[in-house]
Structure formats: C-alpha cells, structure tokens
Design a protein around this ligand. Sequence first.
Ligand code: ANZ
Length: 811
Amino acid sequence: MGLNFSEYESKWQKKWAEAKAFQAETTSAKPKYYALDMFPYPSGSGLHIGHMASYTPGDIVSRYKRVNGFNVLHPMGYDAFGLPAEQYAIQTGIHPAITTDKAIASFRKTLQSFGFSFDWSREISTCEPKYYKWTQFIFLKLYERGLAYQKEVPVNWCPALKTVLANDEVIDGKSERGGHPVIRVPMKQWMLKITDYAERLLNDLDKVDWPERTKEAQRNWIGKSEGARITFKIEGESETFEVFTTRPDTLFGVTFMVMAPEHPLVKKITSQPQHAAVEDYVLATSRKSEVDRKATTDKTGVFTGAHALHPITGEKIEIWIADYVLTDYGTGAIMAVPGHDARDFEFAKKFNLPVKRVLSPAASGGGEGGDELPFEGEGTLVNSDFLNGLSKAEAIKKMLSHLESKKLGIREVQYKLRDWLFSRQRYWGEPFPIVNFPKAGQLGVPVNELPVMLPEVADYEPSDSGEAPLAKIADWVNYAGKPGFGEGEQGRRETDTMPGAAGSSWYFLRYIDPNNDKAPFSPDAEKYWMPVDLYVGGPEHTVGHLLYSRFWMKVLFDVGLVTHDEPFKKLAHQGMILGPDGQKMSKSRGNVISPEEIAKTHGADSIRTFISFMGPLDTDKPWSPTGIDGVKRFLDRVGRLVVTDDGQYVATKDALPPATEKLLHKTIKKVTEDIESMSFNTAIAAMMILVNDLYKAECRSELALKPLTQILAPFAPHLAEELWEKLGGTGLCSLAPWPKYDSTLCADDTVTIGVQVNGKMRGTIELGVTASEEEALAAAKEVSTVAAVLAGKNPDKVIYKAGKILNLIVK
Ligand code: ANZ
C-alpha cells in the first residue's frame, strides 16, 4: 500500500506528543522565539476554517524557527469567560463551566488533529481559578495605583443581554455579539484609566513592527488633538464655562456657542421662555446612542436664551444646545466658527445664525475652494484684529500666547480615547477582588485570599435593573471583616464581574510560566521570553484587545513586574477565508466549510498547505473545492516520488543532474526567504516547480527528496515526517536542522529584462546576466512588438543596464 494520510497523520501526532517534540525549553542557551496566536473563545460550535487560517501561519514560522536553532515558545489556550456560555446557561441551566470544558476538549482535539506544534504542557484557560487568581492580582495592582475606579457614567446598556458593553463591543448601535440594540444610560461602573497612558500608547507605536493600517487605526482611536481651553463669561451670570478648540486662530470668527445637552450649566442658564423647548430636547437626546449622535447629518438644536461674552471683543454671542456636541469630549461645549467648520456651518444655515470669514486662501497656492464658506483649508487671517495677515500656524501660536498672558485660556491636549469600561453585570467572569465596608470603605482583598472564587449560583439571569447575578448570593456577598481589613464590620463584596478582555489582556505573560503558583510569572521567564516575537490574529481586535494588552503591559512595567513595555514586537493579520461564493462564511448562508469534514477527505496537511497557498497572508480569499483538490494532488505527487501507490520505495541515491541541483538550491533559498517574510503562497509555488522538474528529469534522488521534505515540513508536517522516515532521515523531520543552500548555485544564469522604446515598455528579452549591449540589442530586435516600433530603423541612443533594463531612443 502507498501512503495513507488517515494513518500517518495520527501516527505522527502521537509520536510528536511522546517525544514532547514541541515543548519549549525552560532554560536554554539558544536564542528564543515566541510565536503567539490569538487564543480562541471555546464556543459550542467548534473550530471553523477561519481558526485554521489563523493558526497555520504561526505554526509554519514556529516549525521553521525551531529547526533554525531557536528555542521556540508556541502555546495555545482558551479565552474562556464570556457571554455565549452564559447565555447558553440561562437557556438550558447547564453551568457555563461544563459547556466551556466540553468545548475546550473538542477544540483541543481538533487543534491536535491539525498537527499544530503547540507546547501543550503550557495550555491555559482564563476561567480557571489558578489563572484568574492572577487576573485579580493584576487588577489589584491597577487599583492600588488609582488606575481602577468607580464612576457613574453614561454606558452602553444592552437590554437584551442585560449588561453594559465597552465602546469596541458596540457596532453601529448594536451589540457585537448577537446584534441587539444598545442604548445610553447612566450607571455606576468600574473604569480603568487607560487615558493616563494615551501618550505612551501613541508614541510607542513607533517601536513595534505592526501593519501600518493597524497602527494608524490605534492612533485614530487614541485621537490626539492639540489646542486650547478657552474661558467664556456668561451674560448676567457669575459662572463661566470653557470650550476646547483646536483652532484658537479662529476666535474672531465665533458667531455662536454650543453646549452638549447634558452640560451641567444648561439648566441654570436657560431663560424662562426657552425652558420647555430645552427640556424636550435634552430628553430626546438622552434616548440617542453616541453612535447615532455622531452619525446624524441633519443638525438639530435649541437656543437657551442665554448669551456668552466674547473673551476679547466682549461681543454678545447666543448659547445653543445641540447633540452634535458630545458631553464626554473636551469640555462638552464649543465655540462655533461656521465660516471654517463644516458642522458649525450646517448648524448656522439651519438656524439662520451669522457666518463670518476670518481666513482667506493664501495668495500663493490657495485655490482650496476658499471663495466659498465654510473654508477649512490653510490661509491668511482676516477680520481678526492683531492676527490679520498671519498664517494659520502663526495665528494659532500668537493667539495661544495672547490667551495665556491674559489668563483667558490655556494650551491643552485632548484625546478621543475614553477610559475603559471594566465591569459587567454578569455571572461568567472574574469577580472583582474588592470589599466595601461601611466605615473602612472600599478595600482590595488581601493577596493571600486570592483567588476570589466565582461562586455557584442557581440562577444565571441578570436582573433588568442591571444588578448582577452574584448579588443574589447572600453568603458570598457578605464578608466579615478581620484584623486590618474591616475588623468588626460586615462588608459587601463587589458583585460585578470583569469583562472578557480582562483575562486576554495578559495571557501572553502566563504562557511563559503557566504553573507558577507564587506569582503570575517569574521575572526570569519574563526577561527571557518577552516580548512576543510574532503575534498572528485578526484585525478586528485592533482597538480592543491589542490596545488593552499594550496598556496592561505598560502598567506592569511601571509596577516593576515586567522589563518590556510593549508586548508584541511583530504583528501579522491573516485574511478571512470566504465561502466558495466569495461571501463571508455564515450558517445562515450555508457556505460554511468545516475543517473536520475536509480533513476526512483531504487530510490536515492539504488544508494547511491550501490555506497557505490561496494567496497573500493578509488578504481575504474564497474557499475553492477544486483548489484544495489540486493541493492534495501536489502532496500526493510529492509522496509518489518516494513511495509508489503499491508501497514500493522508489527513491534512489543517484547524483543530481546539474540543472536539478541548481533548482533545488534556488528552491531552498526561495522557501527560506519566503517563510521569513511570511509569503507562504510563493514558497509553495516554488516547491511545485521543483516537484515538476523532478518528474520531468525523472529524478528521485534522496539528495533532492530529503531537503524537499524538510522545506515542505512547516506546511505539511505529517507527510514530511512520513517521507523523512522512509528516506532514512535522522530523528524527527520536525526537529532536523533546516537545509542549507549554496548561494553560488542559486545565481541566475539568465535574466528577463524589459525593453523600452522611447520610455514605453514594448516587450521583454531573456539573456545572460553578463550579456553585452550588442547582444541585448540583437535580442530586442527579435521581439516582434519592439521590431514593429523600430520599423527597421536603428535606435539613436541605447541605454542598457545589464540585468535590469534596455532602453532604446528613436527620433
Ligand atoms: C472652533 C473651531 C473652528 C473648531 C474651526 C474646528 C474648526 P478634534 O480635532 O476632533 O479634536 N469640538 C470640541 N469639543 C467638542 C465636543 N465635545 N463635541 C463636538 N465637537 C467638539 O476636534 C476639535 C474641534 O471639535 C474643536 O475645535 C471644536 O471645534 C470641536 F474652524 O473649535 B473647534
């Protein structure tokens, strides 16, 4: 019998496990390489093909690094707290721990059947007490530093899920999980002060090797704006109010003021006749989500009847309220400059408010549509007293100095980033290690009492009022104080739980020392293993998990628990695998490809190799049934170079034909470089060319087949092991040193270069790398498309760069 993947795939999985082939060495003289995949949420619906697409790249690199002399850490675990298991518990009464365990067991089995070279001895799950003990420990570090606090805030409340959601969990006004409507209501919540780290989170993006679009998305989310906070007096009132503006240069163009409807002064300053209208508007706004407020194009608002006084001219300016001014950005109030701000302009048009020009397009290089207002381009100040004639940048500077010297305002930096909403009124999450005492106040639980165990409950259903299920368990909630910790008092535990992103914000630090019961991880392990060298996962985590993890890492750095302040040195995103119809896979479309099903007919190696072959790593690619057939045929062809279908060993010890030897070395070089640059599809294409050549040259020599097997191993590790064994390779192929290539054999003898006539590309010629100008010209004349343009004439000028280009000029 020939090779049978359903036999050899499980055979090699067993051998790898027995040999502990992929366990990272705890102490090692080798350089380290930490390859991390975003760990999955263990849902009941199993692993899908997208998971495979996500885990294959990191596995290829891990396998490659391992045989290139690195001590590789390639771990896997489970992001196991969260809503779906809990929703299921509410429906069925089955404890989330039970469904989670079951899902984990199924995930593990599937992952193992794909031959991923994970170090299974380091597996973690965020819902286990021995893990979340340290999540609570890290929370206490944040709490001690004043980075965790409680506050009454307008939150995204999802009535269907009966919980609050973080901004990144709300998409277009709906919950990310389940698509339920989300409204804004004020509630007391735990918050983490990620805003304290805004500047560092922004600046340190320059230190990491991440896709530029991901860095840019984080920069925009952090949203730094430099400007001024300017104070305005209110006519007839003792109180003043402040605005945040990035354009102090336009101060002379202010024609009205706008406060957010929630602004604390609104009630106070509203005049009697405007009372009812203002009240109605405030109520209507409270029903809108932040997303809706930002999205509406039609401007609405109401005049308060009050007036502000211009800080320089003393002019009276109407104060309006409008929902396009957000309460939690800047000061929640703005100076409106309709001449130079589009939103203010729309508002002024709608309510017939004056529009004033204070900037003209610069005399030179103007033309930015400056004749019409609003004009948002660069220009020269006009109608602006002491700023007249200055450029925008000069005017900003001058106005800032003026405001500061007259104590009318100060320079200020604002960030769009909000503090991280860190509590959920749900059951299936980490309990907060916090007790509230009537006299001793709020205290963090002593470390020796960690973990604060998540208790059993009979009823997982949260209440409509937003009270968490844990609040119903009296003997858990009540806490008898002890010496030094609320002595003689009856305290109450916090009953909210942490959000899903708590456990995932530091899990990469637990893998490095997963069984430590004295500390979250040892300092030595951190020094050695961190940062993660390669992190692979979807781009959808850009402003959630990837930002939160960076924040926690920086806090731990400040606490002195880690020596690196960025967790992920290099980040790569894999594209999505779409259905054969080119649409996103979904159950409702019926276009879902099950990895287990395909593995039964094609083997895990075919799936891994096909996923890598479909196209560049980061692009979305449609699944193709004929494509995977083709890849399977390729792997079968590789196998038959060694063993025939009836089981005959047919490899030889023959010397390699010179041309084949050259191609072999070129292929090793290409695959090596392509894995380094994560260009897996081209690596596979190169191996296909080599295999075709071997068949054509009727070459079955072990001299070619052994290295071919090795360079194929990161992609199709089971087949590679099987062939390696047959070819008499030493030890496991997965651990055999990567083949070296001879650069002299890789040099190209001929190159293909372009031929241009008068700067226009007309064709290509293939010639020796050292060919002379005469040879190149002669070859070019043979190309019909070039000959047609030359029309028998000799070129007036020839520019020839050997190996690069031939450029012909004809008059
Ligand atoms: C006057 C002005 C004139 C403005 C002008 C812009 C252009 P970024 O860059 O996003 O930070 N603003 C301030 N607080 C706001 C709030 N709570 N809700 C809505 N808008 C607010 O934008 C800063 C600008 O957004 C500020 O500068 C302010 O309008 C507005 F020609 O002030 B500007």
